[in-house]
Design a protein around this ligand. Structure first.
Ligand SMILES: Nc1ncnc2c1ncn2[C@@H]1O[C@H](COP(=O)(O)OP(=O)(O)OP(=O)(O)O)[C@@H](O)[C@H]1O
Length: 708
């Protein structure tokens, strides 16, 4: 079946409409950096956002004051933990000295056994007492710092998540969700370990070395100088190893973050992945970052996908490649530190025996204590190098976390901002109207391009009035900007020029929470949450309102949305769980729940973005009835392709090529707008399931429908 017009118009292909890439009328250069953050020298310039690709998340330089601000609230616990640490370490370090006194008591063994034994009992009893004290302090320190770490990470995750949630939609267009999630999970975890383990352990190691050196000098200065000069040589070799280890740890973490981003993306879209049989492709994308130990090393970086840009000189890091290097460096470092330390230990012991026997400047007990301290220092240096390397990775991770924590959303209420707004005014307060909203929306000369594509103008001098309590349908070719209009009403993005007013007030002056609370929004693919039907329905209400709402109110909204019958037919009714993202519901059921959810908010403005376009005729009919009920007494904007949805609108806006082509009722446009006529003709292909008679009834008499 086709529809032809008697005047014999040429049919145009709506999909051919392409938006030109450069429109000179507006300066669309992105802000240099309005995140409110000073970024890393090595970070990506915001200018690079002028691409269609998702950008890697940036990082900021972590300063000591920023790190301190994280732990400030935990300072009492931290100080207590550090005091216990010093007590525990100081106590354990004195043990070799005390045991040395017991050894020295042996010298009187042949003279007076009783005196010798009483001295040995005294010193060994004291040593055990001090050891128990040191252990108790150590356990208390471990618990305190462990709890501190958990408190810190829980608070940090909440703060970072809160900061991420308030970012503007453009931020999420620009960045991959997986990367954000990885920062929330792994990077904050690394920071927790830094505070509860790496930093205290590094400090413990440092304190141990200092104490041990002091005690060694106390025992014998000459022997200590010999041993320390050996240690100094060791450190000279160990430092570059340590630096390399830190750099490798950072690269490993980065590659792991990228791998997590890719796997999160694939698992989040698993239906698409499986429907295209793209499991191997996704595995390959993941392998590009994880590496494949079973492939020969020349190929391991491309994960089996040889078409990538990487050439041999510019290999991307994989966790496998970097991990292997990291392990080798780590083992090399340990071998150097421990091997070297023990070599010097044995050499200094040798010299120590000389001092005991020939010079007589050292007792046997002193020598055993000295030996213990060299062991302690060797072990402390080894673990400190490792902990310090992890600490450096954590400092790197903190830069990534700070970026999310500090980033200022580009779309925000006036009251949140100290900086000047577009008009140069400062300290403007966001308006919360006291009288009920009427719902008159006016677009005045709006210019808009998306932040991720600032050089492509999507709306060009767009002006439109939407009267209160009327329905406006937006129609037009794909990509003409219909959904963009809907997004701008919700202030998901700000315009570049021109204004959008609601009841005469510029929406950028309105409190954003208030504005959005007045708007019900139903998308083509409505997003439900993995909760019960009831919880999904009350999702748009405040906690207090959700507690107060009655079952009758919920059922009435569902009746208006044609959802009550199917929900109540389920055994658990409104307590039925819908699965992750509403996976257990059909498309039409999800739509109707989403409409009911919007209605329950008592919204004055209802935005329906292609709410029926994905549905079959039967579901569409049900959803259409729901929409008609929902329209009553509201300002409604419908983005629609289906004739059945648009023909009942008070005004139909025909959009094309970034502009409004015509505005009128269905009848007016059919007679006067070529573009609209073309659109209606195209309905013929989309409405094969509707009889010719039905379509003919919707068309004026000068249209005829041919059966193919
Ligand atoms: N988040 C975004 N970031 C960058 N460009 C975008 C974004 N969303 C849409 N666009 C671009 O803006 C233009 C208008 O898109 P919009 O979704 O408003 O069109 P539409 O008329 O609703 O199309 P359709 O009928 O296919 O849904 C298109 O060129 C599109 O590629």
């Amino acid at each position: 079946m086709t529809i032809t017009q008697k005047e014999n118009d040429t049919m145009k292909n709506e999909d051919d409409v392409v938006i030109e890439a450069t429109i000179p009328t507006v300066d669309t250069t992105p802000d240099e950096d309005d995140d409110g953050i000073t970024e890393d020298a090595g970070s990506i310039s915001s200018k690079t956002t002028a691409t269609t690709d998702k950008q890697p998340l940036r990082s900021v330089t972590p300063t000591a004051s920023k790190i301190f601000s994280l732990i400030r609230t935990e300072l009492p616990l931290l100080v207590l933990g550090l005091i216990l640490m010093v007590v525990s370490e100081a106590a354990s370090l004195t043990i070799p000295l005390i045991v040395a006194l017991a050894y020295d008591a042996l010298q009187t063994y042949f003279i007076d056994l009783e005196v010798t034994m009483s001295e040995i009992n005294l010193w060994m009893g004291t040593a055990i007492g001090v050891f128990i004290l040191s252990q108790l302090a150590g356990v208390a320190r471990g618990i305190i710092l462990g709890v501190l770490g958990e408190r810190l990470v829980a608070r940090l995750r909440r703060q970072v998540y809160a900061s991420v949630l308030k970012q503007e939609i453009g931020f999420f267009d620009e960045h991959k969700t997986g990367e954000i999630v990885s920062r929330l999970g792994s990077d904050t975890q690394l920071l927790q370990s830094a505070v509860s383990t790496y930093a205290p352990e590094s400090l413990v190691g440092f304190v141990k070395v200092i104490f041990a050196v002091i005690l060694m000098y106390y025992i014998n200065a000459k022997l200590t100088s010999v041993a320390l000069s050996g240690m100094a040589v060791l450190c000279l070799f160990a430092i570059p190893f340590g630096q390399r280890l830190a750099a490798l740890s950072k690269r490993y973490q980065d590659a792991l973050g990228d791998a997590q981003t890719r796997s999160t993306e694939a698992l989040g879209n698993i239906r698409t992945v499986q429907s295209f049989a793209s499991e191997p492709k996704e595995l390959s994308r993941y392998t590009e970052k994880i590496g494949n130990p079973d492939e020969n090393s020349n190929n391991s970086n491309d994960g089996g996908n040889k078409s990538k840009n990487n050439n041999d000189t510019e290999k991307e890091d994989t966790t496998y490649d970097v991990g292997v290097k990291k392990q080798i460096t780590q083992i090399g470092l340990y071998a150097l530190v421990f091997g070297g330390a023990f070599t010097f230990l044995y050499c200094s012991l040798w010299y120590g025996f000389y001092l005991v026997t020939i010079e007589g400047s050292l007792t046997l007990g002193g020598l055993t204590a000295f030996q213990s301290y060299v062991f302690i220092i060797g072990a402390a240096i080894g673990s400190t190098v490792n902990n310090a390397a992890q600490l450096l990775s954590a400092v790197g991770a903190s830069g990534r976390v700070f970026y999310l924590l500090e980033r200022q959303p580009k779309i925000k209420n006036h009251e949140n901002s100290n900086d000047s707004d577009n008009t140069g005014n400062t300290n403007k307060q966001a308006i919360v109207p006291t009288s009920p909203m009427e719902g008159n929306i006016v677009f005045d000369n709006v210019m808009f391009s998306y932040p991720t594509r600032p050089d492509v103008l999507v709306l060009n001098a767009f002006s439109l009035s939407l009267e209160k309590n009327t329905t406006t349908a937006l129609v037009g070719s794909s990509g003409s900007g219909k959904s963009t209009v809907v997004s701008l009403i919700q202030r998901f993005y700000d315009t570049e020029a021109g204004t959008i007013t609601l009841d005469g007030i510029d929406i950028t002056d309105l409190d954003m929470e208030w504005l959005r609370s007045q708007i019900g929004y139903v998308q083509q693919e409505p997003q439900l949450f993995g909760m019960t039907i009831r919880e999904n329905l009350t999702y748009g209400l405040s906690e207090a309102a959700a507690d107060k709402i009655t079952q009758t109110e919920i059922e009435n909204a569902c009746r208006d949305a044609n959802a009550h019958d199917f929900v109540s037919s389920w055994p658990l009714g409104y307590d039925t769980l819908v699965g992750e993202r509403g996976i257990t519901l059909s498309g039409g059921q999800k739509q109707r729940i989403a409409i009911a959810r919007a209605l329950l908010t008592n919204c004055r403005i209802l935005l329906l973005d292609e709410a029926t376009s994905a549905l079959d005729a039967e579901s569409e009919h049900e959803v259409q009835k729901a929409i008609e009920n929902a329209m009553i007494g509201r300002t409604v904007v419908i983005v629609a392709h289906r004739l059945s949805t648009i023909q009942c609108a008070d005004q139909i806006v025909v959009m094309d090529n970034r502009k409004i082509v015509d505005v009128g009722t269905h009848e007016e446009l059919l007679t006067g707008c070529r573009r609209y006529q073309d659109l209606i003709k195209r309905q013929s292909t989309m409405m094969r399931d509707v009889s010719a008679g039905t379509i003919q009834k919707l068309l004026p008499t000068d249209f005829s429908i041919d059966e193919e």
